[in-house]
Design a protein around this ligand. Structure first.
Ligand SMILES: C[S@@+](CC[C@H](N)C(=O)[O-])C[C@H]1O[C@@H](n2cnc3c(N)ncnc32)[C@H](O)[C@@H]1O
Length: 209
């Protein structure tokens, strides 16, 4: 039997969008049991709590929606409507079963989203801006599809934040952002085990100018 953090280590070892598509195609069906339950993965509900406290309103877009844990947590808190996008059609297939998204579409955020400029009042994300997945350059696309005055609630793995240069990217975007606050939140709960059990995320709360 695999250790609870074995799947996570495979995910952190990914290098390209194609690697992501391949891994998540095979992982989609068991992601919530072999990873989310096994590692006591709490980030989606913590990001949803932060979004509620930040008074986000819809329509909002969940970037890297995966199997829909964040969409579900948002809707449970009375937030929406929520659209979701992900590079993996298989992960979105699982998200669709939850019935909490208004619209789901497959896209690689690095290549651009099939969405008009300034479409969303909020962009939300949990677990996607992380090692081996999505880097800071995708924030240009996030800004493009956000309405002026719209809110960003984006979790970014703390190690990835430093290694990939997210501070520098937010500095470069500062003219487009009227307010920026960063929370540090634990990704996992008390029953997580292994090398990543204490990992944290930087959760960006920002308003587009
Ligand atoms: C760790 S999962 C997080 C899923 C969900 N947000 C959650 O918290 O459970 C990361 C997700 O990012 C997606 N992803 C990876 N690279 C991507 C890209 N370039 N564009 C869009 N989604 C991507 C993966 O397919 C996967 O569903």
């Amino acid at each position: 039997m695999k250790k609870p953090d074995e799947e996570l280590k495979a995910a952190y070892a990914l290098e390209t969008p194609e690697d992501n598509k391949r891994l998540y195609a095979t992982w989609a069906e068991s992601y919530e049991t072999t990873f989310a339950e096994a590692m006591d993965y709490r980030l989606p509900e913590r990001v949803a709590d932060a979004a509620k406290a930040f008074a986000v309103r819809g329509p909002m877009l969940d970037i890297g929606a995966g199997t829909g844990l964040l969409g579900q947590a948002l809707v449970e808190r009375g937030l929406g409507p929520v659209d979701g996008t992900d590079i993996s059609p298989e992960m979105l297939g699982e998200a669709g079963l939850k019935g909490c998204y208004r619209h789901l579409f497959a896209a690689d955020i690095n290549e651009g989203l099939p969405i008009e400029n300034r479409t969303y009042q909020a962009i939300i994300s949990a677990g996607t801006f992380t090692t081996g997945h999505v880097g800071p350059d995708a924030l240009d696309e996030v800004m493009r599809v956000t309405s002026p005055g719209g809110r960003l609630v984006l979790s970014i793995n703390a190690e990835h934040w430093n290694a990939a240069g997210f501070s520098e990217k937010f500095e470069a975007l500062s003219a487009q952002i009227s307010s920026l606050e960063i929370l540090t939140l634990p990704i996992y709960g008390a029953s997580a085990s292994g090398d990543h059990a204490q990992d944290a995320a930087q959760v960006v709360l920002a308003i587009k100018a």
